[in-house]
Every structure is written in structure tokens, then in C-alpha cells.
Design a protein around this ligand. Structure first.
Ligand code: NAP
Length: 663
């Protein structure tokens, strides 16, 4: 029985029409993989700047026609032969096929990571038990996962598949974390949706290249149901404390749920709490006296009607800029109160859904979505988008930190000049001082952005500081008053307060705040803390990827690492795995060395990456390939990644008996 009835019913015209919407580079890799056709491999490529980084594209336009015709022929013959599921083709052909899809040679040491990104094996990042676990040991082990956002749900699915007992504790009434909470008008992801899934979730059909909040929330609900983890989630239950019991070698977790206090004891805790989860509420004089609605963007009132209202938005980060054009359409007048402008990166069609033909190909051309995912990931990889965050010390320019950075800055200014051709005063106020990539780039639609909104008569930019808030408006430093009916706090999140406001105590009653008192939150590999055995953070300190790939990838690597540690405890009959304090500091010394080269440390930068000690607890400065190698097979001292040189002189050895102590 085929699942591709839609293809069986398709006419030749439908097929020929659909393939014209396929990126020929995707077809180049995919067709070669499926057919081994040497003429596909012989098509030539050349470099072209796509967005920020140079990427390889077809050198001859006529080859696009050839590849699309070949794809149509393949689909017709596949349809005519019954359209049953087909295998992906020879495994030993995959390296060449991937190289054809990205147009570049993939080094052998990186191949396994890229094959995981391809997600032909949806469980490529799952736990593969080394030995059969003893059923009683397995059933006696328990894990508490905190949070049912992308990280926590991912952990739940992998634990479920591994057969390890677990419960997920979620403070909200639904899954999705950030995407459950952030419902402000215009909320949309700024990572390509093709790459914004778990490996096992790559089959989800996203209708947009960059999906809106509702689609992202739908994805998380699909995950919870499709992979059977919803029944293990305790909703509306907020964890209050996580305390290590050294005698029993278990964590004691207390929470408050709909029926009052609850507690669990677990061998391991996996925290899936996000670092952009707790609203940062500004301390502005008079805020409490304001007469109208005032709320943070992550607490958008569902019944709010802004028609005819005068709305002030305080803050000018991604959230604010994304929201302003929507508010300008709804409100009577919109005021953007801005301290620091941010760089906007225009993406043509950022808000436009895929043409239906693309989703048709997702459903009907075998492995199209895998190769599309791979190419998208490649373009966000360490040598592409990932390189945009790194400064070149030899590059001398007043405003930019590398040739790539200058190219980005020039293009941004050109975009602004186009938008503000008749408004030099706006251009001046919207021009950031710090270089691009020193704070989170704001993705906008080329034809619909905060810049367009500011050109409206009913939308005003205010750069004068806020003196105080009064009952019916905002008084500015310069003495002007701005009468408003609604105040929206787009003031970001407590990005540096990891695990806050939970009380987390490890061995000897030590609080995490004590471990972090020197210069803020840190972790070993972004996940472990010395003295806090069997505790793993998924989106822990310094895991926000600036070294290529995205949040889901980093999170899955961490989850696999946590599961491999748990596997070891279960199989070996051990109780704890901990990281040594030395290893924690070695790793962090190495991290600091890498961070020094990152553009987000630019002294002009003003961003939520920087904590009160002047360093970033948020970002990972490491190349994702390095992280992938470190977060792999802790039992295997000479295994995967051993051939990838460890950077610097710090010996990061994430193995049992080395940096990791098992007892
Ligand atoms: P944010 O980037 O931290 O921006 C907070 C804004 O509030 C800044 O402009 C800040 O000004 C201002 N602010 C803070 N305290 C203030 C005060 N007391 N008075 C006046 N202004 C104040 O927060 P965000 O915009 O919510 O974005 C956070 C992150 O969420 C993003 O970087 C991104 O990672 C994620 N996000 C993603 C998307 C997307 O996927 N498209 C959308 C939204 C958010 P200063 O800069 O002057 O301090």
C-alpha cells in the first residue's frame, strides 16, 4: 500500500509544474542519490553571495531546466510503478550526494554530523543502547524533565524511545514553551522552519519558510501527540526547587500544581527551561500608576482590542520590531520608544507561505524534504551563517569587524537608505552604532517591516528617554509628554538568570548562585555543573549557537549526551555522574578564549548576551562541529571526534574517568 495516493492521482502537468518550484541544488543532490545519474553530478556550480555568506549555486541556468526535467521524469516513472515507499539509495553514495546538494566537499570528519542533519534516519540522534539494559535497573531509574518546550519535549521523546521512565513538569497549560507564551501580533520564527525541528520531527509539513507562532505551536502539539509523550506531562505545575539528596543519590523536586504542592524523587534531572522565558520587567518610575493595560509581550492579553487606541511600545529588540508593523495596522497611533536601534536583515518573502507546489514536493518526491532540510542547515552551518559572528583581528575598519561583517553592514545601510530615502532623520535614529551581529539580527520582510511602519503618519519613533510614567501617558526626559492608552513592555527576558527562579542545590547544599557568583552562569559543555550530579541543562549557559546550526541541533546533541550518561549509569549499575571542578574551569577558559573573537563582545554592543560581569552566559562561541564531537560518546575515549583537533591547549576530555567522574 502506498501512502502517496496524491502522486498516483497526479497528472504529468501537475508533476512538471511542481518540480519548477524546487531549488535545483536540492534536486542535484537528491536525484544523484536516488538514481546515481552521472550527468547530474557533472552539473557545474559557482559561488554567489546568498544573503550573508557565499553559497554554491548552479553555474548554468540551463542546468536548472535539466535537473527539473529529470526530477519530473523520475516522479512520473515512480508514479507509474505504484509510488510505494522507496529506500534512500546506497548509503555509500550519500557523502557525494550531500556534497552535490551544497556544492562543496564535506570533510570526512564532519560527515556524520551532516548525515544527522539530513534526518533520513529520524532517530539519528537517539540513544542506541550499547548493551541490553537489565529490565529492573531500567525500570528503577527515573528522570524528571523540567519544561515542555522544544528542549523538554525533545528529551521526553528520546527518553520514551530509550525506554527510560520519566515525567515532564510544565508550568504552562500547554506545550511549546516560548511558542506557547509569545502570542504577540506578528510573532514569527527567525530561523528557517526547515531547520526548526527535531531530527525525528523533520516530517512535519511547515507551510512557510519562516513560520508564524501558530504554526510553531502546532508543531510542538504534533510532537507531543505523534510521539506519545503528552500523557507523561504534568501541566500547570511549576517547579520550585531541585535539591540533591547525597545519601539517597537522588534529586528531590518540589513543585506547585493545580491541586497544591507536589514532589518527585528522580535519579536524574534534565532541565528544558528556556533562557528567554522569564520576562524582564523594567523598573520605570510610575509604571504601577498607569491607568490602562500594561503588559509584557510574552503575556499578551487574548481579548485585547487596540482599535483606535494609542499604544506605546517600550523596547526595540526583535520582538518590538516584529510587532510594530502589526500594531500600526490595528492601533489608532503607535509609539516606538527606543533606546538602542537594531540592525534589520531583510529576507525577501520572509512572511510569504511556500507555493503549494513546494509542500506538494515535500509529500510526493521521496526524500525531498530531507535534502531541503540539509541544504538549509548547510547555509546556517559553521562556515556559512556561523562565520558571521566571528571577528577577523586583521580586518581594519571603524564600523565593521570582518569583510563579511562589512558586507552585511553595507547591505543593511543600503536597505535603510532605500526605505528612508525621504526621511534622513529616521535613518539617523535607526542606524545602530555597534556592528551587525553584535546583537541578535532582526529578520524582516523586505516589503513589510518596522521601517515601513515608521513611515506611516500614525506611527512615531521616540528616542528621547523615559522620565516617568503617569496615569495617562509617558513623560520624556526632554519634558514632552506622550499620552497613551496602552503600554506594551517589549523589554526582553532575564536571559542571564539561568534556572531562575527555581532553588537548585547540589552537593553540600550548594546553590547554583554560589557556583556562579564569580562571573555569572557557566556550565561544562553548556549542560553539566560540578557538584550537581546527574543534572543536565538542555539550553544551559553558553549554548545559544553562534558557531553554526541552530537551537534544535545544539539541544539534541546535549540530550543525546545526557542520555549516554544515563545509559552508562543504568548499564554499569552506578549512581552518579559528575564533572570535576577543574574540567568545568578548563572548558570555560577555552570558552572565554573563543568568545574574545566574537563580534557580540564588541565594546559598542548593547545586548542581552552580556551579563553584569561583562561576559556572555548566553552564547556558545564554539564551532558546532567541535561541540558535536565533545557531546558524543562519553564512554568512548578514542571514538568519534578524536580526529577533530581539540582547539587551544585546554584538554577538554568529556569522558568517564577523565573530566567525568562516575561513582
Ligand atoms: P531584547 O532583545 O532583550 O530587547 C529588549 C528591549 O527592551 C531593548 O530594546 C532594550 O533596550 C529595551 N529595554 C529593556 N529595559 C528597558 C528599560 N528599562 N527602558 C527602556 N527600554 C528598555 O528582547 P526581545 O526583543 O524580546 O528579544 C529577545 C530575543 O527573543 C531575541 O533576540 C530573539 O532571540 C528572540 N525573539 C525571536 C523572535 C523571532 O524569532 N523572530 C522574535 C522575538 C524574539 P536597550 O537595548 O537599550 O537595553
Amino acid at each position: 500500500m502506498t501512502e502517496r495516493q496524491e502522486l498516483l492521482d497526479a497528472t504529468d502537468e501537475t508533476i512538471e509544474d511542481a518540480v519548477r518550484f524546487a531549488d535545483p541544488m536540492i534536486l542535484r543532490g537528491l536525484l544523484y542519490q536516488l538514481t546515481g545519474d552521472a550527468s547530474v553530478a557533472a552539473t557545474e556550480v559557482q559561488g554567489r553571495v546568498l544573503g550573508l555568506a557565499e553559497a554554491m549555486v548552479l553555474a548554468n541556468a540551463s542546468d536548472a531546466d535539466v535537473l527539473q526535467s529529470k526530477a519530473a521524469e523520475f516522479l512520473k516513472s515512480y508514479r507509474d510503478s505504484g509510488a510505494d515507499e522507496i529506500p534512500v539509495g546506497p548509503v555509500d553514495r550519500l557523502p557525494t550526494s550531500l556534497s552535490l546538494a551544497c556544492g562543496e566537499e564535506i570533510p570526512a570528519a564532519d560527515l556524520e554530523m551532516w548525515l544527522e542533519q539530513l534526518a533520513v534516519d529520524p532517530w539519528a540522534r537517539g540513544l542506541v543502547w550499547r548493551d541490553e539494559p537489565q529490565p529492573n535497573r531500567l525500570q528503577e531509574f527515573s528522570v524528571v524533565v523540567i519544561g515542555a518546550g522544544g528542549g523538554g519535549l525533545g528529551a521526553a521523546v528520546y527518553l520514551e524511545r530509550a525506554g527510560v521512565p520519566y515525567v515532564v513538569i510544565e508550568k504552562n497549560a500547554g506545550v511549546g514553551g516560548t511558542w506557547f507564551e509569545n502570542r504577540y501580533p506578528g510573532a514569527r520564527v527567525d530561523t528557517p522552519s526547515r531547520a526548526y525541528t527535531h531530527t525525528f520531527g523533520a516530517g512535519f509539513e511547515y507551510p512557510n519558510p519562516f513560520c508564524a507562532q501558530s504554526e510553531n505551536e502546532k508543531y510542538f502539539n504534533w510532537i507531543a501527540d505523534e510521539f506519545g509523550v503528552r500523557g507523561n506531562i504534568e501541566f500547570e505545575t511549576e517547579v520550585k526547587s531541585v535539591i540533591w539528596d547525597e545519601n539517597a543519590k537522588v534529586w528531590e523536586i518540589t513543585a506547585v500544581g493545580p491541586d497544591g504542592p507536589r514532589s518527585w524523587r528522580a535519579n536524574a534531572v534534565i532541565s528544558g527551561v528556556g533562557f528567554l522565558a522569564r520576562p524582564n520587567l523594567p523598573n520605570i518610575e510610575g509604571l504601577a500608576e498607569f491607568d490602562g493595560p500594561v503588559f509584557h509581550t510574552a503575556r499578551w492579553p487574548s481579548d485585547l482590542d487596540l482599535t483606535g487606541k494609542r499604544v506605546a511600545v517600550i523596547g526595540s529588540g526583535c520582538t518590538s520590531y516584529q510587532m510594530i508593523p502589526e500594531l500600526a495596522k490595528m492601533a489608532g497611533h503607535t509609539y516606538l520608544l527606543q533606546r538602542t536601534p537594531n540592525w534589520c536583515f531583510d529576507v525577501p518573502g520572509y512572511r510569504t507561505p511556500y507555493p503549494p507546489q513546494v509542500n506538494w514536493l515535500d509529500r510526493n518526491l521521496p526524500y525531498f524534504r530531507n535534502f531541503a532540510r540539509f541544504r538549509t542547515c548547510w547555509l546556517t552551518g559553521p562556515e556559512k551563517l556561523g562565520a558571521a559572528f566571528t571577528a577577523d583581528p586583521a580586518f581594519k575598519d571603524t564600523h565593521a569587524r570582518s569583510a563579511m561583517n562589512k558586507r552585511a553592514r553595507d547591505a543593511r545601510i543600503e536597505f535603510m537608505q532605500r526605505k528612508f530615502a525621504d526621511h534622513p532623520e529616521l535613518l539617523e535614529k535607526m542606524l545602530p552604532v555597534a556592528p551587525p551581529f553584535s546583537s541578535r539580527p532582526v529578520l524582516v520582510d523586505s516589503d513589510y517591516s518596522v521601517y515601513d511602519a515608521l513611515l506611516r503618519d500614525d506611527c512615531t519613533l521616540i528616542t528621547d528617554g523615559i522620565r516617568r510614567i503617569k496615569e495617562n501617558g509617558i513623560e520624556l526626559e526632554g519634558g514632552d509628554e506622550c499620552p497613551v492608552d496602552v503600554i506594551v513592555l517589549a523589554t526582553g527576558f532575564k536571559a542571564n538568570d539561568f534556572l531562575w527562579p527555581m532553588e537548585v542545590r547540589g552537593r553540600d547544599g550548594q546553590l547554583i548562585e554560589q557556583l556562579w557568583e564569580k562571573d555569572g552562569a557557566r556550565a561544562y559543555l553548556g549542560t553539566m555543573l560540578p557538584g550537581f550530579p546527574n543534572l543536565f541543562m538542555i539550553y544551559g549557559p553558553n549554548t545559544n549557537a553562534t558557531g553554526g546550526l541552530g537551537t534544535f541541533d545544539f539541544e539534541e546533541m546535549v540530550i543525546r549526551f545526557a542520555l549516554e550518561c544515563i545509559e552508562h549509569l543504568i548499564i554499569e549499575g552506578k549512581q552518579t555522574v559528575d564533572v570535576t571542578a577543574d574540567a568545568y574551569w578548563h572548558y570555560n577558559d577555552e570558552l572565554d578564549r573563543h568568545e574574545a573573537l566574537k563580534i557580540y563582545t564588541d565594546p559598542r554592543a548593547n545586548n542581552y548576551y552580556k551579563n553584569e560581569h561583562g561576559r556572555s552566559s548566553a552564547n556558545s562561541p564554539f564551532d558546532i562541529r567541535q561541540m558535536w564531537a565533545w557531546l558524543r560518546r562519553p564512554e568512548d575515549h578514542d571514538g568519534v571526534g578524536a580526529d577533530r583537533p581539540i582547539s587551544g591547549d585546554a584538554a577538554v576530555r568529556p569522558h568517564f574517568g577523565e573530566d567525568l567522574v562516575v561513582s
